[in-house]
Design a protein around this ligand. Sequence first.
Ligand SMILES: [Zn+2]
Length: 238
Amino acid sequence: METIDILTVAAHPDDIELTCSGTLMKMLDSGYSVGILDLTQGEMGTRGTPEIRAKEAEAARAVIGARFRERLNFGDSRLTASIENRFALAEKIRTARPKTVILPYWEGRHPDHYTAATLGYEACYAAGLKQLPIPGEPHRPKKILYASMYWEVRPSFVVDVSPYFERKIRAINCFASQFAGDLRDITELYPAWGKLIDQITTQCKYFGHLIGVNYAEPFVLKELMAVEDIVTMPVSSL
Ligand SMILES: [Zn+2]
């Protein structure tokens, strides 16, 4: 693992692709480096072998352009914010030394998702403690963003990902590689997959339209956002 500017931490391979991959592509184009950390291997997914899932995750990483993707083995559908997991993740954070960390939103249907938010936050904090009995130089990221994809959660801000949306869908579709045939036919052959793509498309459109663009990804902050210049603020009021 190498040092990067932005580290995304999520419960399952494909979470990143669904929530914030467009933003990652945009930041990569701005010259920032990106790393992906999946806390579990997604072994509770109904389809595919571990080998197929590893291949899919790597293919999606390549589409996004992230520098590395590491999959930890904290246990799909049994993820806990234990001290052991916190220290193991804190060690990764000390190695990657990100300035910004993206975590899943802190509420959700799947316990792994909100647990990843808690565990991620606690690991970011712990990584900065000098006396912590783990290897590596202390490091604490400056910013933690929570990636959300819920209608009812009001984002703190959204990122225009219009030029990247097609590639985002391509990254998501990497996780359907075990389906036979042409990727373009997936949504017709597998209605559940089609529904997922439709949902993500609709949500990105919804958040995009709120700022007058085609597609956007929403993020939530726990702290308030500060503005330095009230003249050049984006998104017009009228
Ligand atoms: Zn997930």
